[in-house]
Design a protein around this ligand. Structure first.
Ligand SMILES: NC(=O)c1ccc[n+]([C@@H]2O[C@H](COP(=O)([O-])OP(=O)(O)OC[C@H]3O[C@@H](n4cnc5c(N)ncnc54)[C@H](O)[C@@H]3O)[C@@H](O)[C@H]2O)c1
Length: 267
């Protein structure tokens, strides 16, 4: 078998939301794989600094990814300090719960952070990646972006938006596996990952099966760079649920209603 290339070694990686959870797991893995620099962009500077210090070759930048000017400034700082970005994980996100009572303000914040942040970064990075003919641009969406999160209307909508952003970017800029020198756009759709956002109690309340650790997610992201896959599904059952939904929407909705009733009577 031919030698598997390490697509991260000697590269510049940026991870948003790198101060915690899935982003921290990705940043640690990229550093361990020999990235020359890993920039952690996070609204929580202290958290990003802690991880940067720990992994050695990290740099911490404070930015709110829901603000276009802050994303642009962070990317300029990375380019000027450590060079052009090879790997970008647009991962920062906020959780939201609630239904029709969600305020316009909360909708807007959710939209900016969980959907538009990916657009702001892509505007800066993808034309350059296309010109160089190489780059990895991954969006952390969620299983909620393929299915629907029962506990949150707005989170489901904006994560569907994140998946759509990724699809559009892939068909416009993407082609080939990053490890083979392509521009790869991927969308990561985990179901439950043990992080600050997703605690044991939240998993029980949401009826989520198969909670993973951030390091498991980092493993599958590394694998995806080799095979160039667009949809990164750390939980295989999400693929099964998405197939049910695509095959028969009404049957899938009926099943989801039953699950919702079971959960509300047991909680
Ligand atoms: N944990 C899960 O079960 C799960 C499942 C599906 C999808 N996700 C998605 O994974 C991503 C990471 O979540 P996590 O579980 O690691 O959460 P987390 O809360 O552990 O980490 C999120 C990080 O993002 C940062 N952040 C939040 N808002 C930001 C902003 N506006 N600008 C910059 N940084 C910001 C936080 O400070 C934090 O460091 C999110 O997009 C989330 O929606 C998580």
């Amino acid at each position: 078998m031919g030698e598997v290339l390490n697509p991260v070694k000697g590269k510049v990686a940026v991870v948003t939301g790198g101060g915690s959870g899935i982003g921290e797991g990705l940043a640690r893995r990229f550093a361990a794989e020999g990235a020359t620099a890993v920039a952690l962009v996070d609204v929580n500077l202290e958290a990003a600094q802690r991880v940067a210090k720990d992994i050695g070759r990290g740099m911490a930048i404070r930015a709110d990814v829901g603000k276009q000017a802050e994303v642009e400034a962070a990317l300029t700082e990375v380019a000027e300090t450590v060079g052009e970005v090879d790997i970008y994980c647009s991962n920062a996100g906020i959780v939201a719960t609630g239904g029709l009572e969600t305020s316009a303000h909360d909708w807007e914040q959710n939209w900016q952070v969980n959907t538009m942040a990916h657009v702001y970064a892509a505007q800066v990075l993808l034309p350059k990646m296309k010109e160089r003919g190489s780059g990895f641009f991954a969006i952390t969406a969620s299983a909620a972006g393929l299915l629907t999160e029962m506990s949150s209307l707005s989170y489901s909508v904006v994560k569907h938006g994140a998946v759509a952003v990724g699809e559009w970017l892939s068909l416009t800029y993407g082609g080939g596996a990053y490890a083979n020198g392509g521009v790869q756009i991927s969308v990561l759709c985990p179901q439950g990952v043990r992080t600050a956002m997703f605690t044991e109690d939240a998993a029980v309340a949401a009826g989520v099966d198969g909670v993973l650790m951030p390091s498991d997610v980092a493993d599958i992201v590394m694998e995806s760079m080799q095979d160039g896959r667009f949809l990164i599904l750390p939980h295989p059952q999400v693929h099964k649920y998405a197939r049910y939904r695509a095959d028969d929407h009404d049957r899938w909705l009926a099943g989801m209603r039953r699950l919702r009733q079971q959960l509300s009577s047991s909680n």
